[in-house]
Design a protein around this ligand. Structure first.
Ligand SMILES: C[S@@+](CC[C@H](N)C(=O)[O-])C[C@H]1O[C@@H](n2cnc3c(N)ncnc32)[C@H](O)[C@@H]1O
Length: 640
């Protein structure tokens, strides 16, 4: 028996190749030659034509088989747990069954184990009161061929979920469909049908008592933007369907955000097809080689397809800047994040990168290219000499795309995150990066060390909300991992320069705002009514007694009692809400509403940095985070 080979990561591969070239005295010349290449195409060409490099980059495909038998057996164990009301254990088994179940078209058994497992898992989610996840799995089960005779059960469950979530009209529609489906189902006696019908009718009556609520969340939560990624990848080491499973498990959690529902289904379908075409068999290889963002680069190219990339070559490389469609906009001039061109033209800073920066990326690109070559991505080539040249040329062109993305992604990709909640010790909760994704619209937002928006992951959907007042026409500013309250100015600048190639000129940087711990607590700087400068006041209590105060900048004396009363009037409610979030994990809408109200008023009247402003922002972020990907989940989704 062959001993299993140790897996080589691309990082080790880079070191190995360097060592081989150094050993043969060719490294310096090679690096010089590499540094003189002016395009990604040429860089890939050089690597493929350097024997030592070409011979060492040999990705081994690690295929993991699907198995109906294994999936069925896990599903059966899940059913045993389910009967004993061990729903979380059942959930785990069903999830594993879903991972191992083949796509329905490859499943020769009578009913698709994938569809049944999704159906079972929806029941487990239902009992765990995870209604949105339950709905997601009902959709999945129906999509992949749940047995028609039992579809009424899923529709009935769907109606109940919608009822719990107070989605009146969807609930009634689902129950009506359940009744129709019940009529069509064979193996159920007339009496049984009648009982079931009358039960469903009772639920419909319940639905009718619900009021037609609108989405009030939006008013409290300050939504700015919601984006479904063009491409997501997970850091999971589970092969193939893992991404799909995680998507199914997580996407659509934001039941209070109306924009998520329908398109996520289309995305899942697209992802499913893509995986089974060029990605499914290679996912494990990419994870084992630890290619990280390389997985996204691979997926971008795989999704675009060889024909498209070849056909659009001229338009991509030399777009007519007047023609917005060539830059990724649709016929109406609207930026289309599904269009490859939008991602292709995202900033990559190629011209600022040194050969030492580009070299490991080029090795990664060749590794990914060769993985792609083992799939049915390229057209078949004959053995002719001309064809061999074409083959090399095509490889360099596609490899060039991958290399371009490996430069673009570190400046533009976003993390998909999940909070691991520590219920006993909330301050010990941790946020983990569970994946990465490209959101082309989000990628247009610049950085500030004092950002105006914050992002949270709901599944792999990203929701952007404001965390301070934003005037009409004002630029949105996100944070690239360098917040002024917790990171010193030089450290922030270094980080931003290294990864994003710019010197930050945000207000916090220019004015050298202190770290949170050093923000003076004995003074509050109100806005001057004349010049917008600082009117410093001591504590709110003392300030209420004072007749007028002077602006530090223009000297104008003014009575700011009205402003002080506005902030002071909200202080008690804010303090209470803050305490509830931090110590009680109370992230209900009421608590959030008080925090948001306080933040809006403080933002309007008081200069930053102001530590209560920071505290309030952090508490608001916590409220959002606990509602986003957070496990174990707080039972907040069902709260009013
Ligand atoms: C995600 S992109 C943001 C969109 C980008 N400005 C564009 O026009 O496509 C990140 C890049 O934008 C630029 N950038 C972002 N924030 C910036 C800032 N505050 N000042 C200057 N450049 C910034 C940097 O070049 C950075 O690498």
């Amino acid at each position: 028996m062959q001993e299993s080979e140790a897996v080589t990561t691309t990082e080790t591969l880079v070191v190995n190749i360097e060592n081989v070239l150094k050993h043969s005295g060719k490294w310096e010349d090679f690096l010089e030659s590499f540094g003189s290449q002016s395009s990604d195409f040429d860089r890939i060409h050089l690597l493929l034509n350097t024997k030592e490099v070409d011979e060492l980059i040999v990705p081994k495909l690690i295929k993991e088989g699907k198995s109906v038998l294994k999936a069925e057996s896990l599903r059966a164990i899940g059913n045993q747990h389910f009967k004993l009301a061990h729903y979380e254990k059942a959930l785990e088994c069903y999830s594993q069954a879903i991972c191992l179940a083949p796509a329905p078209e490859n499943d020769s058994s009578n009913s698709s184990v994938l569809a049944l497992s999704f159906g079972n898992r929806s029941a487990a989610f239902f009992h765990l009161k995870q209604f949105t996840l339950c709905l997601q799995d009902i959709e999945n089960a129906l999509e992949v061929g749940f047995p028609t005779g039992s579809v009424y059960k899923l529709l009935d469950r769907k109606g109940k979920c919608c009822l719990f979530l107070k989605r009146k009209h969807e609930a009634i529609e689902a129950f009506e469909q359940a009744k129709l489906s019940l009529e069509e189902s064979m193996g159920i006696q007339d009496k049984g049908k009648e009982d079931m019908r009358s039960l469903i009718n009772q639920f419909i009556k319940k639905c009718q008592t619900l009021s037609d609520v609108s989405n009030t969340a939006e008013k409290v939560e300050m939504y700015v933007h919601t984006e479904i990624p063009s491409l997501p990848v997970y850091n999971s080491k589970i092969p193939c369907a893992a991404d799909f499973v995680q998507l199914a498990m997580m996407r659509g959690e934001a039941e209070d955000c109306m924009q998520l529902g329908p398109s996520s289904k289309a995305c899942r379908k697209a992802a499913w097809e893509l995986y089974h075409a060029v990605e499914c068999s290679v996912v494990k290889t990419l994870h084992e080689a630890d290619v990280r963002l390389g997985h996204l680069a691979y997926k971008m190219v795989a999704k675009a397809g060889f024909d498209y990339l070849l056909r659009e070559r001229e338009n991509l490389e030399h777009p007519n800047q007047q023609d917005l469609s060539l830059l990724g906009c649709d016929q109406n001039g609207v930026y289309d994040s599904e269009n490859y061109a939008t991602m292709y033209h995202l900033v990559n800073h190629s011209e600022k990168r040194s050969p030492k920066d580009l070299w490991p990326r080029a090795v990664n690109a060749v590794f990914l290219l060769k993985s792609l070559m083992q799939m049915s991505f390229f057209p078949p080539y004959t053995e002719d000499e001309g064809e061999a040249q074409k083959r090399t040329h095509d490889a360099c062109y596609i490899g060039g795309h991958i290399l371009r993305h490996l430069q673009m992604l570190p400046c533009n990709a976003h993390e998909v995150s999940e909070m691991q909640v520590n219920i006993q010790e909330p301050s010990q909760s941790q946020t983990l990066e569970i994946g990465s994704a490209i959101y082309p619209v989000l990628s247009l937002i610049n950085h500030s060390c004092d950002p105006s928006v914050v992002r949270h992951s709901y599944g792999d959907v990203c929701i952007v909300r404001s965390i301070r007042n934003i005037s009409k026409g004002e630029e949105l500013l996100d944070n690239y991992g360098a917040l002024y309250p917790v990171m010193e100015y030089p450290v922030r600048q270094k980080h931003l320069k290294k990864q994003y190639f710019f010197d930050c000129q945000c207000e916090a940087c220019i004015k050298n705002w202190p770290l949170y711990v050093d923000i003076p607590k004995d003074v509050i700087n109100f806005y001057c009514e004349r010049c917008h400068g600082c009117v410093p006041v001591p504590s709110l209590g003392q300030a209420r007694q004072m007749e007028s105060m002077a602006c530090k900048e223009c000297g104008h004396h003014q009575n700011i009692r009205g402003q002080i009363l506005k902030v002071g009037g909200l202080e008690e409610g804010y303090q209470e809400a803050l305490h509830k979030v931090i110590f009680g994990l109370d992230v209900s809408r009421d608590t959030l509403a008080r925090l948001v109200q306080y933040l809006r008023v403080v933002d309007k009247h008081v200069h930053r940095p102001f530590s209560s402003h920071n505290d309030c922002q952090e508490a608001i972020k916590m409220c959002y985070a606990y509602k986003a990907n957070a496990f174990p989940r707080l039972k907040i989704s069902e709260q009013k």
